[in-house]
Design a protein around this ligand. Sequence first.
Ligand code: SF4
Length: 485
Amino acid sequence: MIMEQEIKSHLHEIEMELQNLTRLFGIPDSVWLQPDTYRYSLWQDPAQACFVCTFNSKTQSVKRECPLPEVLNDERLDALHRRRAVRRLCRQTFYDLLKAETGLRPPWGSLTGIRPTRLIYEQLEHGSTLDEAAQNLTDLYDVTPEKAELLREIVETQQLLPPTDDKWIDVYIGIPFCTTRCAYCSFSSGEIGNGRLVEPYLDALFQELRAGVDLLRESGHQLRALYIGGGTPTSLNEDQFARFLDEVNRCFPGVSEFTVEAGRPDTITPGKLRLIREAGAGRISINPQTMNDRTLQLIGRAHTAQQTVDAYAMARAEGIHHINMDVIAGLPGESLDDFAHTMSAARELKPESLTIHALAIKRSTRMHLEGTALPEPETASRMTAMGLETAHQLGMKAYYLYRQKAMAGAQENVGCALPGHACLYNVDIMEEQTHILAFGAGGISKRVYPGEGQLRRAPNVSNIELYIARVQEMIQRKRDLFLDR
Ligand code: SF4
């Protein structure tokens, strides 16, 4: 029999989840400051062998039941299963209440997690087919058929990729400088300004990279993918960029997947593209975010749409065969026609992969400080659908996806690529089944324990000056993470 105290502790645990659900319906957090807006009860009905939950608001009342989990006569497991059943029941009941009250259906139903693909994989592990697993998401969590189909497409694409296991590791190297700061940026990167931190940063980074080579030799892991991100790596000048890529090549030669983010078109020069190609990087990102100049100005990106077109031409002329394009759906002031214009430019530029982000406004961003509003859910939904349709028209398939809090229309970020062009690193970082060795300010190394479904992290400090001062500590953190057996 579930005890009253146990029930209370379960409800305390799911408070955050309930708050996430109200956000899904666009209800402001302040609702939780008003007592008695939502009332609940939860009890165990011994006669029916079920848990019963009711949620009430001023206008609606809903009730749901779920069977008691099978008793395994293992105290710890039985408690865990009861806890899971109660959490799911409460969450679903509250979701029903909000749906009845608002008349809305969020695209991902009651799911609030970052990685919905995990739910598909869990079901596959329990013997479901991919189709059944996708259908179950609709049946159990009210995920719309369109989003369930998107997940099905992603997992189907991922299943064709080289599998990972304990021996593989990905390397991430961060260059945390940008020419200006985007209004939606929540990363720890800094404006490059007069560049006074670049040289000391590279010195510290090179120390960390060389120590990483020793670490890899000692741990015995094999390199699967190399990803240089940021920030904007191409914000370094040509001389710094050449020395940096040289060092990367010396430390991690011959990796089969090698990506360099060249995010801001205005930082790209023929010289840097040549250095990228000569370093052996097969994939770069040139990210317009939007092809509307008015929006680019508004969001603090110091480049024009024409500079994106020029950068693509430069990269093609340099013989770079895989360009990824990032776009954002729901940028301030953009209409469906504006987004359609960006998609039409994407069709002309023909990137090999297209990543469609739904705008997310995090607390640390200028947009949040300025009180920028997210677009209407319907607009965001139509934009992301248009983005996916464009990717399909270009012959791409969706291959990874993640969600964030405070996203336009409670949508998602989805990466699409032509057959044979999915980026393993992007899949690995989302699915958390491959070790990550991260270098540079803000990099987060991860050691996964696949059989146990566990993960340990060793984060580097994100402040650039602290990173420079404390690089030896960052080196030791990674050694502790990967050499501790
Ligand atoms: S380019 Fe990326 S890292 Fe740089 S400011 Fe913009 S969002 Fe942030």
